[in-house]
Design a protein around this ligand. Sequence first.
Ligand code: ATP
Length: 230
Amino acid sequence: MTETQARIGIFGGTFNPVHVGHLRAAEEVVGALHLERMIFVPSADPPHKVDIPGDRIAPARLRLKWVQLAIRDNPRFEVDELEVERGGASYSVDTLRTIGERIAPDKPVFTIGQDAFVEIDSWREPEALFDLAHFAVITRTPVALASLSDWLPRCIRNVVEPDQSGVFALHHRAGTWIRLVEIPALDISSSDIRIRLRDGESVRYLLPPAVEEAIEKSGAYRDVEGERRG
Ligand code: ATP
């Protein structure tokens, strides 16, 4: 199994909202791994993120719409609505099974930030994720993931073999690989953008203009102060 055989990337996330950090990361992975396309999969209810008072998760339909707007001029980017359609809690293992069946015998490249990767043992059926997909782990500040071997999730530590480079590991039984993809850091996060929107600060250049406009029109994130008071 070589990296060149994998063609389809999957980029799951809450995208609350999508921002240029996501877009740039996806573009970097497409380039580094020579992918044909990257499929963005916005979640319905993300099991790992809680709706806290004053910081709400925008409705799935809106988050999906914003991703559609964000990627529309990139021929290598696509959006899949399957998690939003399925509704309820979104588990990546279900999504990888569904998309994996569609593209078999190819396996997708699940694209994930370091911050999420280091917590993957707490996801549903974590070991199955590494059977179903290759992994592109993208660098993201402030997590410093120098070598994959220091950070392999517990669930695969005994079955995956990292090579000397520190950026590549093979899962022989599953025929999958994990690759650390170093990207130029863009320290942008959805949570920071939500705070700025709530505080009436500028988010210009952090999001594609069409997304900024759509968020503005939707009123999402704006009324949380009122909610908190009320
Ligand atoms: P929040 O700030 O609300 O936690 P987030 O942007 O971290 O949001 P998601 O929308 O779920 O969360 O992110 C989807 C994926 O994109 C995750 O794997 C995350 O690690 C990655 N990611 C998000 N922002 C960046 C960035 N600026 N650089 C690299 N990866 C990123």
